[in-house]
Design a protein around this ligand. Structure first.
Ligand code: DC
Length: 231
């Protein structure tokens, strides 16, 4: 049997990382981990426990709470997908709101939060056979990963894609709100001191601007087959 590898997919928000990562993981029978969902789950915890809003952030209280917070992934009852769980309860359908999206990058910039998340991410990847997407997966979490990708596209196109998705569940959402959120998160994720969003020097850059999801998947699959046949 071929050795299992670690595949990382990083990039700015809404570049199609999670859709592609999910497809690739399914094809290879690997596990797919959406690391952004972990930061979103913690943001949801902070909001629902009155530790965070647009006007306040009780950062020290959140850091103190980390020891009693459990974030993991469990198979959903309805489909076989892994869903992010917060203290044993799936929060998968609570974490994609604009409220969470607007606050998540601020929380993701905290050192203690990143240490907490990276520890969980390392344990998820200890047996390899994993596709993980995020911002720092190829640079900080698994710098030794066998295959790394970095996806990019313009903020306009990414906002259009995200707007189309979000308006399915939120009829009141506007394109401008989505565009502003994407720009705000890009700025915060790229400029933070700890684990900023960067392309790892050995990551394969894929510009998804003019490609369909199938085309992106085909490109990535090509690199994967080459790597696996040489391993
Ligand atoms: O992938 P996403 O858009 O769901 O991620 C939400 C936020 O979480 C993103 O704006 C920054 C943060 N994040 C991070 O800092 N590091 C990661 N590995 C993944 C996400």
């Amino acid at each position: 049997m071929r050795d299992k590898i670690i595949i990382t997919i990083d990039g700015t928000s809404s570049t199609g990382k999670s859709t592609i990562a999910k497809r690739i993981a399914k094809k290879l029978d690997y596990i797919y981990i959406d690391s952004g969902a972990m930061y979103r789950a913690l943001t949801y915890y902070a909001i629902t426990n009155n530790l965070m809003s647009k006007i306040f952030f009780k950062k020290t209280s959140l850091i103190n709470d980390l020891s009693k917070i459990k974030i993991d992934f469990r198979k959903s009852y309805s489909n076989n997908n892994l869903e992010v769980n917060l203290n044993g309860i799936s929060v998968e359908n609570k974490i994609r709101s604009l409220e969470v999206s607007d606050l998540v990058s601020q929380l993701a910039a905290i050192d203690e939060v990143r240490i907490f998340m990276v520890k969980i991410q390392h344990s998820l990847g200890k047996n390899k056979g994993i596709v993980m997407d995020g911002r720092d997966i190829g640079t900080v979490v698994f710098p030794e990963a066998e295959l790394k990708f970095y996806l990019e596209a313009s903020a306009e196109l990414r906002s259009e894609r995200r707007f189309e998705e979000l308006k399915e569940t939120d009829k009141n959402i506007s394109f401008n709100e989505v565009y502003n959120n994407i720009n705000l998160r890009d700025t915060q994720d790229i400029n933070r001191y700890n684990s900023p969003l960067r392309k790892a020097s050995d990551a394969i850059l894929i510009d998804t601007e003019k490609l369909t999801l199938d085309e992106v998947e085909n490109k990535i699959s090509y690199y994967i087959s080459t790597t696996l046949s040489n391993s």
